[in-house]
Ligand binder design. Structure first.
Ligand SMILES: [Zn+2]
Length: 386
């Protein structure tokens, strides 16, 4: 399992100079690459290595080759159509020749313009519980006079739990997540904050001045961080629930788009919905705890009755689910999340008795049948239990 750590380095002037000089050398490589119209690493090496070593004798050969690789990748990303720019304080890549993490002594050894140096590194306390030896890839950058390291570390993956208890999660626009054990995570605060940002952005776009554009850029970052924070809180609460596996419906790109004629407001809401980020947070957090993620097909989960298994479109009336056959009534998202849990349970029990999985084919009829069968089986087991 890989983890990304952001740690502060107690750096000195030599380290800061190394970063700014490397960025300068990277820009020089980019300039040469654009002039000669190439991003090929070998070609770029022949063109730039001697030039950079002569211009900046303080940079050692490993730093120069790392800088050349970074320049090549930046040129490749923009397909030589536009010239990339490298700021003095942006990040530079480190590899096993220029960087070594010594987690036991909380030190990091780095190549600088003054030779190899050791610096103290502040690893956030949250990561101290993980066992990791060292790492051979990182990025280093400066921000407002401070130096930060982004390190990728490899830790042993926790053993998967035996699946006994499953909770289902239904994701939606109004309720980002509803779990089958009656927990609702609503997006009221999220929508309020997003609305405020939207208004502010509209005003700034209308102003169109240079300072307004700078302000807009700052706002974009702030809004993105706020959304990520909300998703982190929701995913943490979900994975810490008492369960061994989490069942989530698969949302394809098509199902995330609005179907048919919808109003502007709904389109905006769906457009700003960050369901994929929430799923990725739940996935990696569950993996850290040894819990499994079961992805199930989302077809009919909001139309099926969780008590009798009846499936029809008219069962759902807005946010309320009311079964046309047995009259069972429940919040529509809660009903869907329970159906998702049933589907996952059905899939797990089939795997245990080693029967073929009928849901693999995309036939809607078999999906309907699978969902109905899962609900009926889970009901029967509940009745046996009670
Ligand atoms: Zn029913």
């Amino acid at each position: 399992m890989q983890l990304a750590i952001r740690a502060e380095v107690i750096g000195d002037e030599d380290l800061r100079k190394t970063i700014s000089l490397s960025n300068q050398a990277c820009q020089e490589c980019i300039d040469i690459g654009m002039r000669e119209h190439t991003f090929n690493k070998t070609r770029l090496h022949q063109l730039t290595y001697k030039v950079i070593r002569t211009a900046h004798p303080e940079l050692n050969s490993s730093l120069v080759t790392a800088v050349r690789d970074q320049a090549s990748d930046m040129l490749k990303r923009l397909k030589l159509k536009k010239k990339p720019t490298k700021k003095r304080d942006s990040s530079i890549r480190l590899n096993h020749n220029t960087f070594r993490l010594l987690p036991d002594s909380k030190l990091v050894s780095l190549s600088t313009i003054a030779g190899r140096r050791k610096y103290a590194v502040k690893i956030p306390p949250h990561f101290e519980k993980y066992e990791f030896k060292s790492s051979d890839s990182a990025r280093i950058r400066t921000k407002k006079g401070r130096t930060f390291l982004d390190i990728i570390i490899e830790t042993p993956t926790p053993k998967r739990r035996i699946v006994k208890k499953i909770i289902g999660i239904d994701r939606g626009v109004y309720n980002p997540a509803v779990t089958s054990d009656n927990t609702f995570f609503n997006s009221k605060r999220l929508r309020g904050v997003k609305g405020r940002y939207k208004h502010l952005k509209r005003c700034l776009q209308r102003a169109g001045t240079r300072s307004a554009k700078r302000h807009l850029q700052r706002l974009a970052g702030r809004e993105r961080r706020f959304v990520a924070d909300v998703n982190h809180c929701i995913s943490k609460a979900i994975v810490n629930k008492d369960c061994d596996a989490i069942a989530i419906e698969e949302l394809k790109t098509g199902s995330m788009k609005s179907k048919g004629r919808t109003g502007k407001k709904t389109r905006c809401l769906i457009g700003s919905w960050s369901a994929r980020q929430l799923l990725s947070f739940i996935q990696y957090k569950a993996e850290m705890l040894g819990k499994s993620i079961i992805l199930v097909n989302s077809h009919y989960t909001s139309q099926a009755c969780n008590r009798c298994g009846d499936i029809r479109r008219t069962n759902r009336k807005g946010r309320i689910f009311q079964c046309c056959v047995c009259g069972y009534s429940l919040h529509a998202d809660l009903n869907a999340s329970r159906n998702i849990a049933c589907l996952a349970k059905g899939r797990i029990s089939r795997l245990v008795v080693n029967q073929p999985n009928v849901a693999c084919d995309e036939l809607k009829a078999s999906l309907r049948e699978e969902l109905r069968a899962s609900i009926v089986t889970s009901l029967a087991s509940q009745m046996r239990g009670s």
